[in-house]
Design a protein around this ligand. Structure first.
Ligand code: AOF
Ligand code: ZN
Length: 366
C-alpha cells in the first residue's frame, strides 16, 4: 500500500482515513434523517487536505464540503468516503461528478449505498471516469453507523430497537441506571442516536426532563411517541403544551373513540388519530415522516407497551435489543421479561457487552 505510513506508532493506511471519515460523519448524529451520516476526507501525500460531513438532509453532501475544503489540492488526491458517492440528482447534485471534476485520482468507499437509485452506480461512474476505486474499507463500522438508514432503505420501515433494564437474575426493572441519562451517559447517547422514542404515557416527568436536556451537537432530539389508551392520560398533554419551540416534538397516538373524551388540545403536541393503534402503523407514520430509527423504551406503565413488544417480535419489526443490567437482585416475578412467552426461543445475534460503571450494557440483534 503506497499510502501506508507509520506515524507515532499508529498505522496510517486506508482504514485509518476511513475511521477519520466515520468520526467526521458522526458529528451530525441525530441530524441527517432520512439521509445517512456520511464523512469524507481528502488525502494527498499522506496529509489530510480536506474534510467534510453531511450535516442535514437538503444540505450538500460530505464530499462537496471536503472538496471545497481541499480546493485545488484535491487534484490527484485520494478521497475517503464512508458511503458510496451518490450518482443522482436528489436534493443535491451527484457527488460523483464533483469528484471527477476535482480530478481526484482515487476514491476509497466504506460501503455501497443501499439506496436503489445509487447502489453501485456511483462506483461504476467513478471507474468509468478512470478513477481508481476501492470498496469496503472499514465496512462494518460504516454500516453500523447507518444501521437505521440502511434498514429503512431496504425494508421501507424504520429500524426499531428495544431498550430496558434488568436485574442480574433477569427480572425487568422499571428504571435506568444512575448516570445513564447524564450527558455522555448511554441513555442520553441513545436519545441522540434515535429519531423517535416510544414511551409509556406514565412518564410525564421524564418527558419534561428529556425536553430540558441540551443536545450536545444541537441535534434534533427524538420525537417522543406516546400512546393514549385511555382518557386519564390527558395530564401528560397539559404538561407538554408548555413545551418551548426547541423542545422535542411530542406525538400522541390515540384511537378514534378517545379523541372527544380526552379533550386534546394540540399546541406542542401532534395528535395522530388512528382507527386501530398498533406498532406497524406507528412505524409507518415514522417512515413517512422520514425517520430512520425508533427506540421502544420499556419503562413506566409497561403494560401499555407490552402489545408493541409482542408485535415487534411476532411481526419481526424489532431489530435490536439494548439491555442495561443493574447490580440488583429482584424478586418481582410478575415483571420478568423472560417469562414473556414470545421471547422464549429468540436467538440474539452479535451479542456484545460493555461495562458502564457498576452496570453492564448488552446489545444484540434479532
Ligand atoms: C453521498 N454523500 O453525504 C450523502 C449521500 O436528497 P439528497 O441529494 O441529499 O440525496 C440523498 C441520498 O443520497 C441518500 O438517500 C443517500 O442515498 C445519499 N446520501 N450520498 O454521496 C452524502 N448523505
Ligand atoms: Zn452525494
Amino acid at each position: 500500500l503506497a499510502s501506508m505510513r507509520r506515524e507515532e506508532g499508529v498505522v496510517v493506511d486506508d482504514s485509518f482515513y476511513m475511521r477519520k471519515s466515520v468520526e467526521l460523519a458522526k458529528r451530525a448524529i441525530g441530524c441527517t434523517s432520512p439521509n445517512p451520516m456520511v464523512g469524507c476526507v481528502i488525502v494527498k501525500d499522506g496529509d489530510i487536505v480536506g474534510q467534510g460531513f453531511h450535516p442535514k438532509a437538503g444540505q450538500p453532501h460530505a464530499e462537496v464540503f471536503a472538496l471545497r475544503d481541499a480546493g485545488e489540492l484535491a487534484e490527484n488526491a485520494t478521497a475517503y468516503v464512508s458511503l458510496e458517492p451518490c450518482n443522482h440528482y436528489g436534493r443535491t447534485p451527484p457527488c460523483t461528478e464533483a469528484l471527477i471534476k476535482a480530478k481526484v485520482k482515487r476514491v476509497v468507499v466504506g460501503m455501497v449505498d443501499p439506496n436503489p437509485i445509487v447502489s453501485s452506480s456511483g462506483i461504476s461512474r467513478l471507474k468509468d471516469a478512470g478513477i481508481d476505486v476501492t470498496v469496503g474499507v472499514e465496512e462494518e463500522l460504516c454500516k453500523k453507523m447507518n444501521e437505521g438508514f440502511i434498514h429503512r432503505m431496504l425494508t421501507g420501515k424504520p429500524f426499531l430497537a428495544l431498550r430496558y433494564s434488568m436485574s442480574v437474575n433477569g427480572c425487568f426493572l422499571d428504571k435506568i441506571g444512575e448516570g445513564a441519562s447524564d450527558s455522555g451517559g448511554y441513555y442520553s447517547k441513545l436519545l441522540q442516536e434515535y429519531d423517535a422514542i416510544i414511551l409509556s404515557s406514565s412518564l410525564s416527568d421524564e418527558l419534561s426532563s428529556i425536553s430540558s436536556q441540551e443536545a450536545t451537537n444541537g441535534s434534533i432530539q427524538p420525537i417522543q411517541i406516546i400512546v393514549a389508551s385511555n382518557a386519564q392520560q390527558s395530564p401528560i398533554l397539559a404538561s407538554s403544551n408548555t413545551a418551548e419551540e426547541s423542545s422535542p416534538k411530542v406525538v400522541l397516538f390515540t384511537a378514534k373513540e378517545l379523541v372527544a373524551e380526552s379533550g386534546i388540545s394540540s399546541s406542542g403536541v401532534e395528535t395522530v388519530v388512528l382507527e386501530k393503534i398498533n406498532l406497524d402503523s406507528i412505524l409507518d407514520y415514522c417512515y413517512n415522516r422520514g425517520l430512520c430509527s425508533v427506540l421502544l423504551d420499556l419503562r413506566g406503565n409497561v403494560k401499555d407497551l407490552e402489545v408493541f413488544l409482542r408485535d415487534g417480535f411476532e411481526q419481526k419489526l424489532l431489530q435490536k435489543v439494548i439491555i442495561e443490567v443493574l447490580p440488583e437482585w429482584s424478586t418481582k416475578d410478575e415483571r420478568q421479561i423472560a417469562s414473556m412467552k414470545w421471547l422464549e426461543s429468540k436467538q440474539v445475534k452479535d451479542l456484545q457487552s460493555k461495562q458502564l460503571g457498576g452496570n453492564v450494557l448488552l446489545e444484540g440483534y434479532l
